[in-house]
Design a protein around this ligand. Structure first.
Ligand code: 6LW
Length: 525
């Protein structure tokens, strides 16, 4: 029997949405300020996932200029109408509410190309779509309640989408304002037509420790919706801080070909019950239907560590399988994991004839909400060694480049090399809450080819240069529960001229990502 281990998508993969077409499942997650945006992942069995493309993969599809960390693309929904795939999503600019907003894109092939976004006249976030048997399309989403009964109360709206007009038409209906009195942030709504009824699944309590899932149903898509008396039907908050997985919520349901049901949802692995540098990850949860209502994780009441998938192909054991874009070792320029900030990797760097990234230095620093010379991948394992061999021969005076452990503009750690009048200087730095601290600094007598590393063991992030540990940063200071925001940690390469006109380049001769399953996690004391 094949088992799916949770999380099914490790690392920052929040707000998962799933649909099935024939024997294939398709899943998308939020990507915020990183590009390409919205990875489209495919699986035959809910166990083995691979990235087949990204829905936002052309420059100019959306305007990311100036969007700060944890803005950008929130909570996409993916659906199929029998002919085409649809994704609805929100581009959020926390500094300017008039920019961005909700949009629709479609594709015949989920690997792409996806259409240019069509902006919807709809407030709020977390849009979703449902297709009625009569061919009508119903969009829904969440926003702050117009006349709230309590602080941060939100409301779920529904409105028809016209395929002819590519716009929302007709009356809007507010169908849900949270199951529990005083519950904040009824969000991530998804409507489903199941056995002649309409079901609403919504998150509740906010996307952190108090996250929960509620369910309601109605005879008509526009309501009235009646919540089940057992709401919220799923949460980990009642388990307290002593469990390793917290914050379960934001679910989307899917039916397998054999008639069984599952939910995907986000949750966080937090070794100490609080901090989760890997971010909000995607978990799988079995669903049973009892008395016309879904039961999450029947008999268990929490996300299982693993789930039996009876229909998975026994010839391909899950434990040994890694999709091509997730193999441990060297991460080549063509790997689907590479992302950049507010620009596509291919717009800020080029792959040379030897298969190395050549990254031109830019004036922006990692502290700027701009197009930074940055190439990075999600941290997906609690124990991992990342190493970079950088050729700095073409780095100009006053420029610096190296590895970065990135949460945001305000919170990151670097081990980098600066070209100065004294020669190459190696530095370990931690920017915490917008304040830079140099943790270690030494003049490097080495050559232009530098070996830098980040050795992650649980909450310990060691910054390594030339095989020597220069400093360690506490991952509990880099995770979203400390810094705010919605992201997990990214590991990558950056280069900057600190605002001066840039002229140099950096060649990434090698970037390795090696999970260390054998290593013992050593939280910083
Ligand atoms: C997502 C929303 C949420 O849109 O976090 O607070 C947002 N909850 O459901 C970003 O992931």
């Amino acid at each position: 029997m094949i088992r799916a281990s949770n999380p099914i998508l490790p690392g920052c993969h929040p707000d998962p949405s799933i649909c099935r077409v024939g024997d294939d499942y398709f899943l998308v997650t939020s990507t915020f300020e990183y590009l390409p945006g919205l990875p489209v992942m495919r699986s035959r069995d809910l166990v083995r996932w691979e990235t087949i493309g990204h829905a936002i993969d052309r420059s100019g599809m959306l305007d990311y200029r100036g969007i700060p960390s944890s803005g950008g693309l929130y909570a996409p929904t993916i659906r199929h109408d029998g002919e085409r795939f649809w994704i609805v999503c929100t581009l959020v600019d926390p500094t300017d509410a008039t920019r961005g907003g909700n949009f629709v894109i479609t594709a015949v092939d989920p690997a792409g190309p996806w259409s240019d976004p069509i902006r919807m006249d709809a407030d709020g976030i977390d849009p979703s779509l449902a297709f009625d048997e009569d061919g009508r399309v119903w969009m829904h989403g969440t926003r702050l309640a117009g006349d709230p009964q309590w602080h941060d109360q939100t409301e779920v709206w529904v409105r028809e989408y016209s395929r002819d007009e590519h716009a929302l038409v007709g009356d809007e209906h507010v169908i849900w304002r949270g199951a529990v009195h005083g519950a904040v942030w009824a969000e991530g709504p998804h409507l489903y037509r199941i056995d002649g009824r309409w079901y609403l699944i919504a998150a509740e309590g906010g996307t952190e420790f108090h996250h929960a899932v509620s369910v309601a149903r109605a005879d008509s898509v526009t309501g009235p919706y009646e919540g089940t008396r057992s709401n919220p039907v799923f949460t980990h908050r009642h388990l307290g801080r002593g469990v390793d997985v917290i914050g379960a919520g934001h679910a989307d349901l899917v039916e397998a070909p054999d008639g069984s049901w599952h939910a995907v949802m986000l949750a966080m692995r937090a070794a100490d019950g609080h901090h989760y540098p890997l971010g909000r990850e995607t978990f799988l949860c079995p669903i049973a239907w009892e008395d016309g209502w879904p039961v999450f994780a029947p008999g268990l009441g929490r996300l299982p560590d693993s789930i039996e998938i009876p229909w998975a192909d026994a010839a391909a054991p899950a434990g040994s399988w890694q999709p091509d874009d997730r193999r441990p070792g060297v991460v080549e320029p063509g790997d689907a994991r590479w992302t950049s900030l507010r620009a596509l990797p291919n717009d800020i760097a080029t792959a040379d004839a030897h298969g190395s990234w050549v990254l031109p230095v830019r004036g922006e620093t990692p502290a700027d909400a701009g197009t930074v010379a940055f190439l990075g991948i999600r941290q997906q394992h609690a124990q991992v060694d990342v190493t970079g061999i950088l050729d700095l021969a073409a780095l100009a005076d006053g420029e610096r480049a190296g590895l970065i452990v990135r949460q945001s503009e305000q919170d990151h750690a670097t081990v980098h090399v600066a070209r100065t009048a004294e020669g190459l200087v190696v530095r370990a730095m931690h920017r915490r809450g917008g304040v830079d601290t140099v943790l270690a600094e030494q003049v490097d007598d080495a050559t232009d080819s530098v070996h830098l590393g980040v050795r992650v063991r649980g909450y310990s992030y060691e910054l390594v240069a030339g095989g020597e540990v220069l400093a360690a940063v506490d991952g509990r200071e880099l995770d979203a529960s400390s810094t705010g925001g919605f992201l997990g940690v990214w590991l990558g390469v950056f280069a900057t001229s600190d605002g001066l006109p840039p002229s140099g380049t950096v060649r990434i001769d090698e970037f390795r990502y090696e999970p260390r399953r054998d290593a013992t996690a050593v939280p910083i004391a």
